[in-house]
Design a protein around this ligand. Sequence first.
Ligand code: SF4
Length: 248
Amino acid sequence: MDSDITSYVINSIEHAMQKTLNKSTGTRLRTWHVSDFVSPCMRKVRFSRLYPEEFDQKKRAVLFAGVVIHEHTKLSHFNEMTMCYDIENDRSLTPQTVATLPRDDTLGIITGTLDDLIRVNDDFVIVDKKTFSGKGFKKTEPNEEHVKQLDIYRVLLRESYGIDAKYGCIVYLDKSNDLDMTVLPFELTDVGTTKKFMRDILAQLNSPLMPKATITWLCNMKNREKKCYCPFLTQCEREGRTTDIPPV
Ligand code: SF4
């Protein structure tokens, strides 16, 4: 009986988590996504297209926790805004239009969903919440990829809604310390510079050549557990992964 009860409860909770995730993420548009553009390694992005990852219960639980936190910490009416931008033609498109396009017509399009847009004094600020496990470590500055992510949202927001947000803010919530909060505001990069960055990354992503391996914290195993955070290490080594490790 005990094992029947346990199985019933586990299955029910997993089902409820999956239902919440389905409702929250909906159908993912078949375009590039902002997360692709801010990845420290373009080769990893290529592999994630070639070998889509399976969702195990651990990943589902991590995503679920993120969805619940985001769902209940909305900072303004302007939250969870999904925007699409055609990088090659420098114009915005609605997600509804993009959903109807054939795959070949979406190769120059990027989609992003910003968490919150707030107004402080006379300025708009793009805010993004990140959960992480600090285990005693306190963030003092935002990660480079998180800054880039908000720079790209600035472009998408301006092109989609004509709103220019000069500031960004990352809110780090430490899951290992009762969601201890670190709020880090900063000035965003100018739109022209970010558009150029996006064109350069798009060229790499659409190139038939395998992007070069960029070894960073994702796979240099220089962490407490000596863990590789890239799930494509085997495929990468098969393609000739350089052992030249740059400073982190
Ligand atoms: S193992 Fe490292 S270099 Fe290779 S794809 Fe993954 S992140 Fe990139």
